[in-house]
Design a protein around this ligand. Structure first.
Ligand code: ZN
Length: 383
């Protein structure tokens, strides 16, 4: 909450008088309209948390000015080197200022870059009332990285026709398609007994689970063998015991119907496995996690089209990408707030080699401001 309270104070100092943080840690604020046109309210969203998979405390940000293609060796760990050869996106950054951490922590640009860009855009809009725009709402959310950023998001209170998350990569990118996602929990039941007297009686659930894992396709349908538009099944956590072993798998596909095919395969492999261990059985539970937001956004083409126009006006090429994951926007879109994701300049997400370019961040601010103007221009004049 410390960060959220500091953000509220900063937004209030910029003149966003209603800036506040609620009990769940959601910051919301309003930039009042500067036009008399009937412009629908639009929102900009970024998340304040960082990935729990890497340390995010004690970050020492370093600005590498005028990047020229050199290796960026991070001082606190000499093996942490950002190289042009293994980071193609750096090729577009010659002459730019690159920000990294010091080699042992995240930078936290995911998604503090998005936060900074939205605050900077808010400042520009407040200082320049001659820029015509409708009501613009801002939200900063907690818990995105653990998939719960939308849980307590009050869409009605936010009161926007659509929103844009700023949580993406290279300049010009817009993402309006995410995975559809389910969670499968497989519980293999064995039979435990004293190992000294177990002959012919014990059924070891750990060995059943190992057999099942071994049956998963080795050369396809996994995170390590797919990219682009391919989905996968991915065992990511296991709780082991002789009597009972639970395996959790995430199932991902851009096509929601494709989830069912993958789940059928998992179920078949699990049943084939337990058939080889007489006396054992498996329980299978499937939980929906999120759905491809494209299903919602296809029905509201102006949301993405206005963003394309704003990106083009900033002199950038529109780059459409599919998110091999989910964002808060995937959930929010299905909660009634269509929310594609815009570039924020973030790279090497969730890594100690995380980096962001100052020039791309400035470009993201320009796009936010231009997007507010596009919505205004394309709205009807009220009599
Ligand atoms: Zn993020």
């Amino acid at each position: 909450m410390v960060f959220q309270k500091a953000l509220v104070a900063e937004l209030q100092a910029l003149g966003l008088k209603d800036a506040s943080v609620d009990a769940n840690g959601y910051v919301m604020a309003t930039i009042p309209a500067t036009t008399r046109k009937a412009v629908p309210a639009i929102g900009f969203i970024a998340h304040v948390d960082t990935s729990p998979e890497m340390p995010g405390a004690g970050v020492k940000p370093i600005v590498h000015t005028k990047y020229d293609g050199r290796d960026l060796v991070l001082p606190d760990d000499s093996t942490a080197i950002l190289r042009l050869a293994d980071t193609p996106a750096l090729a577009d950054q010659i002459g730019h200022d690159i920000v990294t951490a010091s080699g042992t922590t995240l930078l936290g640009a995911d998604d503090k870059a998005g936060v900074a860009e939205i605050v900077t855009a808010a400042e520009r809009l407040m200082v320049h009332p001659e820029i015509a725009h409708g009501v613009v709402r801002i939200a900063f959310t907690p818990d995105e990285e653990i998939g719960r950023g939308a849980n307590h998001f009050d869409v009605a209170r936010f009161g926007c026709v659509c929103a844009y998350t700023l949580d993406g990569g290279s300049r010009g990118e817009i993402e309006f398609e995410s995975f559809s996602a389910d969670l499968m929990t497989l519980t293999f039941h064995g039979f435990n007994t004293h190992p000294g007297y177990a002959r012919g009686r014990m059924i070891n659930a750990i060995k059943i689970a190992a057999d099942f894992i071994h049956r998963l396709p080795a050369d396809r349908l996994s995170p390590e063998t797919t990219d682009g538009h391919e989905g996968f099944v991915h065992p990511y956590v296991q709780q082991s015991g002789v009597d009972k072993t639970t395996v959790k798998l995430i199932v991902r596909d851009f096509d929601t119907a494709g989830l069912a095919d993958k789940e059928k395969m998992v179920e078949r492999l699990a049943q084939e496995t337990v058939a080889g261990f007489p006396g054992s059985r498996v329980d299978i539970a499937v939980t929906e996690q999120y759905r491809n937001m494209r299903a919602v956004l296809d029905g509201r083409p102006e949301v993405v089209e206005n963003a394309h126009e704003a990106i083009r006006r900033c002199g950038l090429k529109v780059v459409t990408k599919s998110i091999r994951g989910g964002t808060d926007g995937s959930r929010l879109s299905f909660m009634g707030l269509p929310t594609p994701n815009l570039f924020a300049g973030e790279h090497n997400f969730h890594s100690r080699l995380e980096w962001v370019s100052r020039q791309d961040m400035e470009m993201a601010v320009d796009v936010i401001v231009a997007l507010c103007q596009v919505w205004e221009e394309r709205s009807a004049v009220v009599r």
